[in-house]
Design a protein around this ligand. Structure first.
Ligand SMILES: C[C@](O)(CO)[C@H](O)COP(=O)(O)OP(=O)(O)OC[C@H]1O[C@@H](n2ccc(N)nc2=O)[C@H](O)[C@@H]1O
Ligand SMILES: Nc1ncnc2c1ncn2[C@@H]1O[C@H](COP(=O)(O)OP(=O)(O)OP(=O)(O)O)[C@@H](O)[C@H]1O
Length: 282
């Protein structure tokens, strides 16, 4: 019999297959056009309901104090929002590198919202969870949307985008790139042309945050340079991770096998949808 007071859930990483900065809002946030793809590199979260209303993270996560962990902030947000009197113990098994542009913290937050909506029986809709998620970070809504998607605005206006089967070599440069530092750089390109989804299908894909990240963090440029020897490569999000796509797992593995011992990376498969897509009603 299932134990209804426990839940284990996955939180996949994302790649930005392109990221064009097309403007800036009055509040300083940047307007983007980006294509999100989920990949099977994932964190695992364990939730155990409590009757006393206490929200806790029960394990240590290096570099992330409990109170600022997005899983704890997501749980407390749901408390405030719904007045729910239940609590939860959360164990976070991190696999996604932090500050890598892979959206790990955002995905953990989204998985927490989806999981507690179930565990606490809240009955919130996908749209409401996405609205709540956006208050935690610009990357959170897409993980609740649950489909690979073209995003506009700051990442909250989403349309599904079907993507072919693909494997990616993802390299982890040994630097933690703070998103706000990249977005606030004076040399950032902020005027890429806004294109329709149809035009974007055939346009040259790029990441406007990449030149600034390469300039500030030479390790990013070095990893890109190595990967470019095998296939077109790009940085994801605000970095530091870089990736290249391949039509088969064997091709991707053949590249990874040549990785110098001083560099780290993985082969990961593109997902056709988020593993928790069906956990909430539209
Ligand atoms: C670069 C991406 O990962 C692409 O998917 C996202 O746009 C970043 O999303 P995120 O990590 O959830 O970012 P947030 O935590 O919301 O924002 C971190 C900081 O980055 C800057 N920021 C973020 C997103 C955005 N569209 N414009 C910005 O200028 C803001 O200074 C903000 O204070
Ligand atoms: N559960 C969490 N997992 C990872 N980072 C977290 C978490 N909670 C809070 N954070 C904070 O968020 C910061 C960014 O983490 P994250 O892994 O989301 O960055 P990222 O991969 O660059 O993502 P993005 O593409 O959204 O910029 C971390 O440096 C950390 O301080």
């Amino acid at each position: 019999m299932n134990d209804m007071s426990k839940l284990t859930a996955t939180a996949p990483a994302k790649l930005n297959l392109f990221l064009h900065v097309i403007g800036r809002r009055a509040d300083g946030y940047h307007l983007l056009q980006t294509l999100f793809r989920f990949i099977d590199l994932a964190d695992t979260l364990h939730f155990t309901a409590r009757k006393d209303g206490v929200v806790r993270r029960v394990n240590e996560v290096e570099g992330v104090p409990e109170a600022s962990d997005l899983v704890v902030r997501a749980a407390r947000l749901l408390h405030r929002e719904t007045g729910c009197t239940l609590g939860v113990d959360i164990e976070v098994e991190k696999c996604i590198p932090m500050g890598g542009g892979l959206g790990g913290g955002s995905s953990d937050a989204a998985t927490t919202l989806l999981s507690l909506n179930r565990l606490w029986g809240l009955g919130l809709s996908r749209d409401r969870l996405m609205e709540l998620g956006l208050t935690l970070g610009a990357d959170v809504p897409v993980f609740i949307f649950g489909q690979n998607a073209f995003a506009e605005g700051v990442g909250e206006r989403l349309q599904p985008w079907n993507l072919p089967e693909s494997w990616y070599v993802v390299l982890f440069p040994p630097v933690n790139v703070p998103t706000s530092v990249i977005f606030s750089h004076p040399e950032l390109t902020r005027d890429s042309i806004s294109l329709t989804m149809r035009a974007l299908e055939t346009a040259a894909w790029h990441n406007d945050l990449q030149p600034v990240a390469c300039k500030m963090f030479p390790e990013v440029a070095q990893h890109l340079e190595w990967l470019e020897r095998f296939a077109p490569a790009m940085m994801t999000g605000s970095g530091a991770c870089v990736f290249a796509g391949f039509a088969s797992e064997a091709k991707a593995q053949a590249v990874l096998q040549q990785l110098p011992s001083a560099m780290r990376g993985v082969v990961t498969q593109g997902l056709s949808r988020h593993p928790l897509h069906d956990w909430v009603n539209d």
